[in-house]
Design a protein around this ligand. Structure first.
Ligand code: GDP
Ligand code: MG
Length: 185
C-alpha cells in the first residue's frame, strides 16, 4: 500500500512539460514524431494541430515522463501563446542548419521564453537536418558558440535519419531529473 502511494507521488514528480519551438519548417513536428514512433520504419506525416504527447525515458535508476508539446502552428505569429508556455520545465529550440534565417531567430525565441517563463528554464538548442550535407549554412561550431553565449545545451540532429533524436530526449530527461533532484524541497 505504502509503496503504491510512493510510486504515485514519484510518477507525478517525474513528469515534465517540454515545449518545442523555432521557425516554421525547421523540423519540430518531425523530431517529435520520430521520437514517439521510433520503432516504425515508415515516415510519419507530422501531425498538425496536436496538443501534446507523453513518453517515458529510462535513465540509470529512474524513469522520467516527458510531456512534449508541439506548436500547433503558432510559430507563424512569431510569439508564444502564454497558455502554451505555462508550466513548462524545458524547451527544445530548433533551427535548420541549412537555413541561416532560422538560426538568426534563435535568440528571439529564447529571450521570449525566458521572459515569459523564468531564467532557469532548461533549454536545448537543436540544429536539425544535418543529413542535407551539401546545403549547410550554419556550421556546428557556430551553433555551439550560440549555445554557449545563451547558456543553453546544444545538439545537432537529423530527424529524417533518426540521428541523435533519442539522444536529444535522453539528455533532456537527464538534465530535468538532475535539476529536480538538486532543488531544495
Ligand atoms: P515544423 O514546421 O518545424 O514542424 O517542421 P516539420 O516537422 O513539419 O518539417 C518540415 C519539413 O522538413 C518536412 O518536409 C519534413 O519532412 C522535413 N524535415 C524535417 N526534419 C528533417 C531532417 O532532419 N532532414 C530532412 N532532410 N528533412 C527534414
Ligand atoms: Mg510543425
Amino acid at each position: 500500500m505504502h509503496s503504491r502511494i510512493f510510486e504515485q507521488i514519484m510518477s507525478t514528480e517525474n513528469k515534465f512539460k517540454v515545449i518545442v519551438l523555432g521557425e516554421r519548417n525547421v523540423g519540430k513536428s518531425t523530431i517529435i514524431t520520430r521520437f514517439m514512433y521510433d520503432n516504425f520504419d515508415h515516415v510519419y506525416k507530422a501531425t498538425v494541430g496536436i496538443d501534446f504527447l507523453i513518453k517515458a525515458v529510462s535513465l540509470d535508476n529512474s524513469s522520467v515522463r516527458l510531456q512534449i508539446w508541439d506548436t500547433a502552428g503558432q510559430e507563424r505569429f512569431r510569439s508564444l501563446i502564454p497558455s502554451y508556455v505555462r508550466d513548462s520545465s524545458a524547451a527544445i529550440v530548433v533551427y535548420d542548419v541549412n537555413n541561416r534565417r532560422s538560426f538568426q531567430q534563435i535568440s528571439m525565441w529564447i529571450n521570449e521564453l525566458r521572459t515569459q517563463l523564468s531564467m532557469d528554464v532548461v533549454i536545448m538548442l537543436v540544429g536539425n537536418k544535418t543529413d542535407l550535407t551539401n546545403e549547410r549554412e550554419v556550421e556546428t561550431a557556430e551553433g555551439q558558440d550560440k549555445a554557449n553565449e545563451l547558456n543553453v545545451m546544444f545538439m545537432e540532429t537529423s530527424a529524417k535519419n533518426s540521428n541523435d533524436i533519442k539522444g536529444l530526449f535522453q539528455r533532456m530527461a537527464m538534465a530535468l531529473n538532475f535539476k529536480a533532484n538538486s532543488m531544495p524541497r
